[in-house]
Design a binder for this molecule. Structure first.
Ligand code: ADP
Ligand code: ZN
Ligand code: ZN
Length: 801
């Protein structure tokens, strides 16, 4: 086994392959799969992952591995396999699949150094080096020395450029002080010590009483001593200092109240039974836990995890980034204490690294985290839970474009353990699988507090307009807000803003321009003043009057939270408003701070975008208002009805969670749209039926699979030609019933001066599609490497942009 197969860190290289390197004698038996190494690659030294050891290679003249970056593998055996599966499944580079599993701190970056080879350098170079043997590349680039001079020096063999692979690991250490010898020796020393050395004697007497290590800082506080006194005793070897690693703890554990398992309701008992069986028998099954908000899903998770821990196994819990609030973390820490690690994107890179290492070193049993926590390096997984499984944040939108659900299920198979998908509004894909018996369905239909869901009232905004109210607040909503403030209760206002100003709607009759072939809203392209369908390339000019009612009030939409806030201030001047959107929550911790303020009653109204719809639980909120329920409905996205239904259901759940009854007002221009009607009665089954019929009629998932290929390049002709070639190549290889739409411009047709085109594959069964696409990508390899061409492949597109 003297040869290692290595995945090298060359992301520009489209061809997905391993490279063979020999293992030098000094690293024999050190190198194992999952380790990161430094290898020569062309003129450079770069980082790579060892994925396999072997004794033969089909290549001759192999280069040698230079060094190891880790002394123990950072990837477990299973993760090495999972990475290869992930790369294939998402048609991504192996290197990106491995990188995504590791915390940022472990992603190496390269540092260059100039190294002196000659005794004597040219005067210009000598002045730069100033007698030293090597300098950093930055020193050179910041100096006045010209590039040509450096090239000449390198050519002459005076100087060499070295690439250093450097890990960005930033561990935190703490200095500990402890006695350096046995008790009685300390006492002897104490007695021998001059009475004048008062400070030293004090310090020594402390250690005679407390024979244990203590952090240096704490010691200085406690004994009221100085660093120099400590040093004197260190020098006399009476004390010794050591460094131990400390973990940064982003959560204040002191405030966490311990909880114990609740006795389950009948519904919960029925739901958890097959899950417990699956844990007990080590079998892999996927469960859909379909339960309204407040039905006790989390309690089911907690008790299932408890079983897993009892078996000596580990648990992964995924929650959407936005609902990974302290409230949520406390529920898990309250039950499992210090056995819980938290992976949250708001943590600093060092904090993330610490949490990762707690898992890696098996110091915790449970990880609660956002999407990437699905790669937690546990080796003995007993359960994976995905809460709010319908959330699109589980899909990564960069390479590797994976969905955490797929990864969870793959790991569930690897470990023979159950995977639980929980939601009040599951995706159609998931619910359809549960209906077919592919997943096992468990339903929680009642809230544990037996309270009904809040009443939803739909307000038709077209009527408001006809009666002369041109503001964005209906009279009904205004009245309710004022009443609420009077009673000193609180209000959540949702501005459903995603995708604004892209669709065109008549403000008189609510008519929205849709594609005649796709049943999808047309996208307004401002530059050309035309409407386009980005699924099938249909287009038409922007109308000046409504084709339905001839009103000239047809226009595209645009309203931001800031404008709503201003309007609100005019309409109800006494209302205190907290605005929460991407602008006000950009700074770290801002999100939490605003919510805390609202929780403490420092405002009457919480106004915000999607981010306020999830997970919030405030006792005093009795009114939820949705300003424009339909703004998402007409996005060029076949999931827009589903997303609207999910959002409305979710935001309605924010009201009346406790003693006070809640109420919801939904403003819309399309009050009879089924997703709005059915969300207002919390009718998931009917919504599912209706939406499935639409998907079937228009050939969308879950009836077919989709793959989106997007091409981008600064030259438009090149983009069109390349996309055309890809379509041709696909047509040659796929089955006859498979449909290929495009080439067509992406809805975001130009980003950062790069033109974008796309094509969409719609298929029922194409087992070879990934290989076909990989082959096509390989054909463009040199253009991708040399000519700045980008081709991105999304095997499960959620963002059609
Ligand atoms: P979900 O996750 O479905 O929204 P939660 O697990 O948050 O629901 O439960 C809602 C509330 O009901 C919580 O306050 C929880 O403590 C409580 N709860 C859950 N299960 C039970 C039970 N078996 N008995 C009493 N209260 C429960
Ligand atoms: Zn009209
Ligand atoms: Zn169309």
């Amino acid at each position: 086994m003297s040869i290692a197969k290595v995945i090298v860190d060359v992301p520009a290289k489209q061809i997905n392959q391993t490279f063979d390197y020999t293992i030098p004698a000094r690293l024999e038996h050190v190198i194992v799969p999952g380790m990161r190494v430094t290898v020569p690659f062309g003129p450079r030294k770069i980082m790579g992952f060892v994925i396999e050891l072997t004794s033969t290679s089909s290549h001759t003249k192999l280069k040698e591995i230079v060094d190891v970056l880790d002394l123990t593998p950072v990837l477990t055996e299973e993760l090495v396999r999972l990475g290869q599966w992930l790369a294939k499944d998402t048609v991504s580079l192996y290197i990106t699949a491995f990188q995504v599993m590791l915390p940022q701190a472990l992603k190496s970056h390269y540092k260059k150094e100039l190294v002196r080879l000659a005794e004597e350098l040219d005067p210009i170079m000598e002045s730069l080096f100033a007698g030293r043997d090597f300098i950093t590349y930055e020193e050179f680039s910041e100096s006045k020395v010209r590039y040509q001079e450096l090239i000449k020096a390198v050519k002459d063999g005076d100087i060499e450029i070295e690439y250093l692979v450097k890990s960005r690991i930033t561990r935190k250490f703490e200095t500990m002080i402890k006695p350096g010898m046995a008790d009685y020796l300390l006492e002897e020393a104490y007695n021998d010590m001059s009475k004048k050395a008062k400070k030293q004697r004090e310090l020594l007497s402390y250690f005679i009483q407390h024979n244990e290590a203590i952090p240096k800082k704490k010691l200085m506080d406690k004994v009221n001593t100085s660093a120099s006194t400590i040093k004197s005793l260190l020098d006399k070897k009476l004390l010794v200092s050591t460094k131990i690693e400390v973990y940064r703890n982003p959560y204040d554990d002191a405030t966490i109240v311990q909880t114990s398992p609740l006795s389950l309701t009948t519904e919960q008992t029925d739901a958890i039974k097959p899950i417990k069986q699956s844990i007990e028998n080590n079998t892999h099954d996927v469960f859909l836990l379909h339960g309204v908000t407040g039905s006790g899903k989390t309690e089911v998770y907690l008790q299932a995890i408890s079983d897993v821990i009892k078996k000596g196994k580990e648990a992964v819990v995924l929650v959407p980034e936005i609902s990974l609030t302290p409230q949520m973390v406390h529920r898990f820490k309250g039950r499992f204490g210090s056995d819980v690690a938290v992976m949250h994107s708001a943590l600093s890179s060092g904090e993330k690294y610490d949490e990762w290492r707690k898992i890696y070193q098996k110091e915790v049993k449970v990880v609660v985290g956002a999407r990437s926590a699905v790669f937690a390096p546990f080796e003995n997984l007993g359960i994976i839970i995905i809460d709010e499984e319908h959330e699109t944040s589980y899909k990564q939108e960069d390479q590797p474009r994976y969905h955490a659900r797929d990864v969870a299920i793959e790991r569930g198979k690897n470990h023979q353990c159950p995977v639980i998908l929980g939601s009040a509004t599951p995706t159609l894909e998931t619910f359809a699988r549960a209906q077919k018996g592919v997943y096992k369905l468990a339903t929680l239909s009642k809230r544990t507090n037996e309270k009904a869901m809040p009443e939803v009232e739909i307000v038709d905004m077209r009527n408001e307009l006809h009666e002369g109210n041109r503001t964005m607040f209906s009279r009904r909503l205004k009245e309710k807000i004022e009443l609420c403030i009077e009673k000193k209760e609180q209000i959540v206002l949702l501005l459903n803003r995603r995708g604004y100003s892209t669709f065109v709607m008549c403000r008189d009759c609510g008519h929205v321009k849709e594609c005649p072939h796709c049943d999808i809203a047309l996208t307004y392209h401002k530059n050309s003043n035309r409407l386009k369908c980005h699924y099938c390339s249909y287009e038409e000019p922007m109308p000046t009057i409504c084709p339905e009612c001839s009103s000239d009030l047809i226009r595209y939409f645009g309203t931001g939270t800031q404008r709503v806030e201003e309007a609100l201030a005019q309409l109800i001047p006494e209302a205190r408003v907290i605005r929460m959107d991407v602008d006000t929550t950009r700074r770290k911790g801002a999100h939490e701070k605003l919510l805390n303020q609202f929780g403490k009653g420092e405002a009457d109204i919480l106004l915000g975008t999607q981010m306020i719809a999830k997970g919030l639980d405030f006792e005093n909120v009795t009114l939820v208002g949705v300003l424009t329920a339909d703004s998402m409905l007409h996005l060029p996205d076949f999931r827009s009805s589903e997303k609207t239904f999910q959002l409305l259901t979710q935001v309605s759940g924010r009201a009346g969670r406790h003693e006070l009854p809640g109420e919801v007002i939904v403003q819309t221009y399309t009050p009879d749209h089924y997703s709005i009607e059915l969300a207002s009665t919390y009718n998931f089954p009917d919504f599912y039926q209706k939406e499935m019929a639409m998907r079937k009629a228009f050939h969308y998932p879950p009836y077919v699979f989709l793959t989106l290929v997007t091409v981008s390049h600064p030259n438009q002709v090149k983009v069109v030609q390349t996309t055309q070639k890809i379509v041709q190549a696909l047509l040659k290889s796929v089955k006859e019933e498979t449909v290929i739409l495009g080439p067509t411009p992406s809805p975001m047709a130009r980003i950062k001066d790069r033109y974008r085109y796309q094509c969409m594959v719609k298929y029922k069964n194409e087992p070879g599609l990934r290989d076909i696409i990989q082959n096509i990508l390989n054909q463009f390899e040199s253009d991708i490497r040399k000519d700045d061409l980008l081709i991105s492949v999304d095997m499960q597109p959620y963002q059609m942009m």
